[in-house]
Design a protein around this ligand. Structure first.
Ligand code: GDP
Ligand code: IMO
Ligand code: MG
Length: 434
């Protein structure tokens, strides 16, 4: 048995998809445990680029795939994703949790209405209905995948929700919307029929796999600073994105997790609203954005960019209990000289070394920067050649940057990514226990 968790340590888009696809070569199962189709995980294989939102990023390595109970599933998006991959020659071997909650059209309408209502406190949501689906789950209005297969329960739940959601939209948010029970029921029945062969108790699937000595890879979505409890509330998402969510989101006990690998992008990017201390609104920020091709996978929005935030990384190490780091996009920093890392914040003249809980304090944080020597702006072929020779072949300045990150986080950098493709990756330490 061996299990590895791959999760985001910043504001999402750290390159989790690329790292999961890379590690999936040696895994048996790849499991999503939280989030929904707000995630956009991009994977480049050869000349083809794949953008995954709900299917685990092991699909391109043709591994067994699991969507756990902690994920919120928009069946329309999932079915389209399966169809698109089938058209490209992949036949997803998927198990979908019978306890996962379903996103329907009224969730998307509510997402837009709520964001609009929140004004300056809006997170800049992806508008995929994620927040309202998790709200329904917690308020016990939610519809689970297994309900799609139970006509009586489905009818009761849809009747309740059609009435309530129409009132909320019209009377609370002033959005004129007609939520028709019959239409919703027909849609849900269609979803049930299309998904029925995938719907199972996935906790049993994963635990059995671990019992049989299989390798299981858990794939996080979003990142620590978007976490509902530990993130920059309310400027984040509606699920727990931290390592603890693996257990609640899959029905696997904490004693069965071996490795927690945090994905860290070599600089900061953020799509959506909220304070971002190391954001660069100058020419350097624009260069990072362009060189890193920082556009949202799901919404196409331009990502805000800035220097690496060491305070966030220390926090990520503590909250997740990281056992290793996968460091991505190191090549993108090539040509920036000096490269700069934020090691602390200053607020009202005082040093702050830990993530503040208050958004008022966080928005006043001024980064304390450390400068390091940069490294050359090499091309794709040169970086791939370095990767093929391993860690020792990296420029000395790049190695110093890696070591500084290890020092700040007190965590070993076990994987280094210097390009989009699989072969632009260096493993310094094997992450599988057996
Ligand atoms: P995720 O949401 O964490 O999976 O990340 P996204 O897929 O949204 O964004 C990361 C982007 O960076 C993707 O387009 C990846 O292909 C790309 N990427 C990952 N690692 C590297 C790297 O080391 N270098 C470069 N140039 N691109 C990378
Ligand atoms: P991956 O898995 C980056 C952000 C949104 C918004 C906030 C709330 O690709 O890293 P939501 O739709 O979840 O209610 O939006 O969270 N956000 C992400 N940002 N990467 C993601 O996923 C994100 N998923 C949500 O931009 O600020
Ligand atoms: Mg993404």
């Amino acid at each position: 048995m061996s299990s590895v968790v791959v999760l985001g340590c910043q504001w999402g888009d750290e390159g989790k998809g690329k790292i999961v696809d890379y590690l999936a070569a040696e895994a048996d199962y790849v499991v999503r445990y939280q989030g929904g189709c707000n995630a956009g995980h991009t994977i480049k294989v050869g000349n083809e680029t794949y953008r995954l939102r709900l299917l685990p990023s092991g699909v391109l390595q043709r591994k067994k795939l699991v969507i756990g109970n902690g994920v919120v599933v928009d069946p329309e998006v999932l079915l389209k994703e399966i169809e698109d991959l089938k058209a490209k020659g992949f036949d997803p071997d998927l198990s979908l949790s019978d306890r996962a909650h379903v996103t329907l059209s009224y969730h998307r309408l509510l997402d837009a209405a709520e964001e609009n209502f929140k004004g300056s406190l809006r997170a800049g949501a992806t508008m995929k209905g994620i927040g309202p689906t998790y709200s329904d789950k917690v308020a016990r209005y939610g519809i689970r995948t297994s309900d799609l297969l139970d006509p009586d329960i489905l009818e009761q739940k849809i009747s309740q929700n059609a009435l309530l959601k129409e009132k909320m939209l019209n009377l609370v948010y002033g959005v004129s919307a007609q939520i028709t029970k019959e239409e919703l029921l027909a849609t849900c029945r269609r979803f049930g029929e299309a998904l029925q062969n995938y719907i199972v108790d996935t906790s049993i699937v994963i635990n059995n796999a671990l019992d049989e000595g299989k390798r299981v890879l858990f794939e996080g979505a979003q990142g620590l600073l978007l976490d509902i409890d530990h993130g920059v509330y309310p400027f984040g998402t509606s699920s727990n994105t931290v390592a603890g969510a693996v257990c609640t989101g899959t029905g696997v006990g904490p004693t069965r997790i071996d490795e927690i690998l945090g994905v860290v992008k070599a600089y900061t990017s953020r799509v959506g609203a909220g304070p971002l201390p190391t954001e660069l609104t100058d020419e350097t920020g624009r260069r990072l954005q362009e060189k890193g091709k920082e556009f949202g996978t799901v919404t196409g929005r331009r990502r805000r960019c800035g220097w690496l935030d060491g305070v966030a990384l220390r926090y990520a190490s503590r909250i997740n209990g990281l056992t290793g780091i996968a460091l991505t996009k190191l090549a993108t920093l090539g040509g920036f000289d000096p490269v700069t890392i934020c090691v602390d914040y200053q607020v009202d003249g005082k040093t702050v070394s830990e993530q503040p809980s208050s958004i008022r304090v966080f928005s006043k944080c001024i980064p304390v920067y450390e400068e390091m020597a940069g490294w050359p702006d090499l091309n794709e072929v040169e970086w791939a050649s370095i990767a093929s020779h391993g860690y020792a072949a990296l420029p000395e300045e790049t190695k110093s940057y890696v070591k500084r990150i290890e020092g700040i986080t007190r965590t070993k950098v076990k994987i280094i990514s210097v390009g989009e493709s699989r072969d632009a990756t260096i493993t310094t330490t094997n992450v599988w226990k057996s």
